[in-house]
Write a protein that binds this ligand. Sequence first.
Ligand SMILES: [Zn+2]
Length: 282
Amino acid sequence: MIHIETRQAVIKFQLARSLFGRAFYYTSAYLVDGLLVDTGCAYTVSELLGALDGHAVHTIVNTHAHEDHIAGNAAVQERFGAAVLAHPKALPVLADPASRRLRLYQRVMWGYPAPSTGAVLGNVVETPRYRFRVIHTPGHSIDHICLFEPHEGWLFTGDAYVGGTDRALRADYNIWNILESLRKLADLDSSCLFPGSGTIRENPREELLAKIRYLEESGGRVLDLHARGWSRRRIREEVFGSEGAIAWFTMGHFSGLNLVRSYIEDRPIFRELSHTKAPPNK
Ligand SMILES: [Zn+2]
């Protein structure tokens, strides 16, 4: 299923696999001045190609190498001769997507991408009319980047910013790095935020700051209860409530317990302490 929307010079392609006539989880690709930001999942490649008819694509940038953002690379590369650019850590996944084992829910919703050939993204991506700054925003994944066009105020955030109130986290995300990346994004003078899923935001700074406040407050509560000796399960119940449908659907890959764990174990001070070796006995 595909929905197309235009905002200023940016075309948004909202893509989702449909099953039984219902769309599951939309991922967005954006086309601006010959630059395609992300390419959707394996099930929506032909719809994306159809929608790109009549347009030129010179360059593809992947915000990160998750399977719902890179699967159209190979087909678009072949049709338009476009260069694919991504963070260095994304390139091995682009070349061999099957090397990253997908879970059942990921195979059902997005499937395995076809391999594609990427090159290392520099600090800037230029199109004939625009100049995008590349901002490294790890947390959702280590290879995550965002694109910022300072003159237009456009901010393409992939999955670095996800709207709503987080009550679950994927097992391999790092909530403290997510927070740090959101702070970086909130410092930019942006006027329009184009997310990897969800609606385009016209008040990026307010939305980013509200998200940061929520995540900081939740983290403070988690760490406070942890210091008081509460179990992680009890902390989750208190701060985020019982596990939602996502924990069931992803068989625990996303869960409130993962969010509590990341707040406790991934905080920089904890990592420093746990990596510090005990001094040798004198
Ligand atoms: Zn992602």
